[in-house]
Ligand binder design. Structure first.
Ligand code: GLU
Length: 304
């Protein structure tokens, strides 16, 4: 039996020594008010055991990690028709890159970059009468936790400074790949990104992907094939223009967000979340990546 708690404790010791903790994202002003020294990990085994260290029960802004959850909801409702509006190739570019979108005539490279997530947001705005309420209900349902909520201050802060996302949405609209109006779609998108969770809650939300589509309460929310495909997208596209580096260093499907969270999973085995708000130059949690590299090296558990 692997000594998971011992390994998490060692990781905590290791990363605490690190003097360069990366930089907190400030382009969304409300995100700048976070303690750079925060660090937490939660590990949830599919067999039911849980282990944690540090600030694993503190809420943080999950930001882009929400893109996997909106994708899951959209796929569960629309099925594979969704792929007529976006692709599944890594972009090799930052999350908010626009020139590729123009070059490829309004078809986003994948659903985990901003333009792709905005298309998915458009799908959900078309599907639901109250998309914000319905998406929140879905997240609470798969997580089995009704305390999860949006942070309205973060959503409003991003709305005021989200010029790049307005540009992406307008570009999509000009290529006829946005059915609703830009304001409504972005209002939904900024709220989904403002979702707050603890590391422990995040592992529960992603349990469905590690458990072949069945969420924590054993309800089927995705087919096995849908869960498999979403894991493939996380592996190839989950870390901005650093997806190759994450696969190389860590070797797990996962997703990061500019709030400093990373969630990763080994199908049928575990889900692990890390939160360390300082980011590296590519926008991924600096200590979070380091922690997960140590974790998969010490446990010898990865998909490779
Ligand atoms: N809400 C952020 C944005 O659209 C998400 C970025 C991220 O976490 O990658 O810029």
């Amino acid at each position: 039996m692997i000594d998971y708690q011992g390994i998490l404790n060692n990781i905590y010791q290791e990363v605490s020594k690190e003097t360069d903790k990366g930089e907190i994202a400030t382009y969304i002003p409300e995100l700048a008010n976070v303690d750079k020294n925060a660090f937490g990990i939660h590990l949830h085994l599919i067999s039911g055991e849980n282990f944690s260290v540090g600030d694993s029960e503190k809420k943080f802004s999950i930001q882009s990690i929400s893109k996997v959850l909106t994708l899951a909801l959209a796929i569960s409702k629309v099925g594979s028709d969704i792929w007529s509006r976006l692709d599944v190739e890594p972009s090799g570019n930052p999350f908010n890159h626009l020139s590729l979108l123009e070059l490829e005539k309004g078809i986003p490279r994948n659903p985990l970059i901003n333009s792709g997530a905005i298309v998915i947001a458009d799908v959900l705005v078309s599907l639901f009468e109250n998309p914000k309420e319905d998406f929140l209900a879905y997240v609470r349902d798969i997580t089995g936790d009704s305390s999860i909520n949006y942070n309205y201050k973060v959503a409003n802060s991003e709305k005021k400074t989200g010029f790049n996302n307005y540009a992406a949405a307008n570009l999509l609209k000009s290529f006829d790949n946005l059915n609703n109006n830009v304001e409504d779609v972005l209002d939904f998108y900024f709220h989904q990104c403002s979702l707050e969770m603890t590391c422990a809650q995040l592992t529960k939300a992603f349990y469905v992907f590690a458990n072949k589509g069945k969420c924590l309460l054993e309800k089927t929310r995705l087919t096995k094939s849908q869960a498999k495909r979403i894991n493939a997208i996380m592996l190839t596209c989950g870390f901005y223009d650093e997806a190759g580096e994450f696969a190389f260093e860590v070797g797990l499907p996962g997703k990061s967000g500019v709030g400093g969270g990373i969630v990763a999973l080994l199908p049928n085995e575990f889900v692990i979340s890390v939160w360390a708000p300082g980011l590296n130059e590519r926008g991924n949690s600096k200590l979070g990546m380091q922690a997960l590299e140590i974790f998969t090296s010490e446990t010898n558990q990865s998909i490779f």
